[in-house]
Structures are given as C-alpha cells and as structure tokens.
Design a protein around this ligand. Structure first.
Ligand SMILES: Nc1ncnc2c1ncn2[C@@H]1O[C@H](COP(=O)(O)OS(=O)(=O)O)[C@@H](OP(=O)(O)O)[C@H]1O
Ligand SMILES: Nc1ncnc2c1ncn2[C@@H]1O[C@H](COP(=O)(O)OP(=O)(O)O)[C@@H](O)[C@H]1O
Length: 195
C-alpha cells in the first residue's frame, strides 16, 4: 500500500532484532498457515505452538477468527476486505518476528498474490505452510456448522463455495490433514524447523 504520510523519518533503534534473539536464544521466523476453512489450520497451529513451547521456544499465534474480533473487526469477507485483512496481518506478523518471537499466523489467505506480498515483506523468514485438505473433507468436518450455512445461502462469499481459494504453488511445507493425524502433521513442521 502506498505511504500517505510525508515528512516521516525511520529511526534506527539501539536494541535490534538480533539482540532480542540472542537474549531469547532463538531465531524468529514467520510460519504462515494457509488453507480452507475446516482444513485444520487452528488445530495444527495450536498443537505446534504447544510443542514449541514445551521445547522452550517463545511463540505467538495469530488466528483469523480471533483477529477479526479485534484489530480487524472493521473488515468483512469481500475480496477487498480479505486483501486488507491479510495486508495488516502481514505487517503485524513482521513486527512480532522483529520482536524475536516465533510467529504462527493462521488465515485462509485465499489469494496467492497477497501471500507473495508477505513473502516479499519477510524474505527468508517467511515459511509458507499449506494446510491441505479437500473441500469435501472440510465440508464433512464442518466443525462450526459454517459450510451448512454457506450451502443454504445464509453466508455469502464463502471460501471454496462462492469465493475462490488459490492453492500455494511452492509452499515450504505441505501438511495433509486428511492423510496424516495431528501428531504427524506437527512432526512434519518440527522436522522442517530443525531446532
Ligand atoms: N465468507 C466467509 N468465508 C470464509 N470464512 C468465513 C466467512 N465468513 C465467516 N468466516 C469465518 O472466518 C474465518 C476466516 O477468516 P480469515 O481472516 O482467515 O479469512 S481471510 O484470510 O480473510 O480470507 C473462518 O475461520 P476458519 O474456519 O478458522 O478458517 C470462518 O470461520
Ligand atoms: N490431522 C488433522 N489435523 C488437524 N485437524 C484435524 C485433523 N484430523 C481431523 N481434524 C479436525 O478438523 C477440524 C479442523 O478445524 P479447524 O482447526 O478449526 O480448521 P481451520 O482453522 O482451518 O478452520 C477439527 O475439528 C479437527 O479436529
């Protein structure tokens, strides 16, 4: 997004990310989870965070449903609002990574272009985690009864039904929640991180 303000100057602070990382004895990254509603983003992210916490890592989890109650409560599910939702979360994630914290962000983030913008923002610290699960399975799980509502027209612009989801082309990690159990899904991410 174009910067509106003029006459603003970036101030370089004394305490930098590397100093915070050193104090925390860890390297921070952004694990960006993307996938359909019901694919397992929140479930896998929460189990992963627990595992990392038990390993002594400092983490923070940003979750779509939760953020939409606060920071992004002014946004709905039009294409424009989803783009702004993901843009803000990308920026917030960058700040948390800069704080030295291992950040897990779980949003449907249906558009490839928006995810790529966050990759550009974070560079090598961006790890895209595709939570892969066919729509039929997500719909069968329907943990919030939300697909049922989308099918009978109570919810419009629902991802996978009447709003698109673009699969990642080259995610760093693909986790298939319809093939592997929760522990196996978490193992795969932990193995990649190689802490
Ligand atoms: N129209 C529509 N489409 C998709 N999802 C909807 C919609 N309306 C409400 N919900 C609920 O909102 C959660 C998705 O929010 P996100 O911020 O992750 O969406 S997005 O990235 O901006 O597309 C999503 O949560 P998850 O199921 O955890 O993915 C839904 O429960
Ligand atoms: N291997 C698995 N990993 C994650 N969730 C699974 C798995 N197998 C079944 N599930 C179930 O799928 C549902 C996923 O819901 P949720 O985590 O809220 O998805 P999302 O955050 O993507 O909307 C939960 O009811 C969960 O118990």
């Amino acid at each position: 997004m174009e910067q509106k303000a003029t006459n603003i100057v970036w101030h370089d602070m004394n305490v930098k990310r590397e100093h915070r990382e050193e104090l925390l004895s860890q390297k921070s990254v952004l694990l960006w989870f993307t996938g359909l509603s019901g694919s397992g983003k929140s479930t896998v992210a929460s189990a992963l965070e627990k595992r990392l916490h038990e390993m002594g890592k400092i983490t923070y989890l940003l979750d779509g449903d939760n953020i939409r109650h606060g920071l992004n409560s002014d946004l709905g599910f039009s294409e424009e609002d989803r783009i702004e939702n993901i843009r803000r979360i990308g920026e917030v994630s960058k700040l948390i990574v800069d704080a030295g914290i291992i950040t897990i962000s779980t949003f449907i983030s249906p558009f490839k272009k928006d995810r790529e913008k966050i990759r550009d923002l974070l560079g090598k610290d961006f790890i895209e985690v595709f939570i892969d699960c066919p729509l039929e399975v997500c719909e069968q799980r329907d943990p919030k009864g939300i697909y049922k509502k989308a099918r009978n027209g109570e919810i419009k612009n629902f991802t996978g039904i009447d709003s698109p989801y673009e699969n990642p082309e080259n995610p760093e990690i693909t986790v298939s929640t319809y093939l592997n159990n929760l522990d196996e899904c978490v193992d795969k991410i932990i193995e990649y991180l190689n802490y």
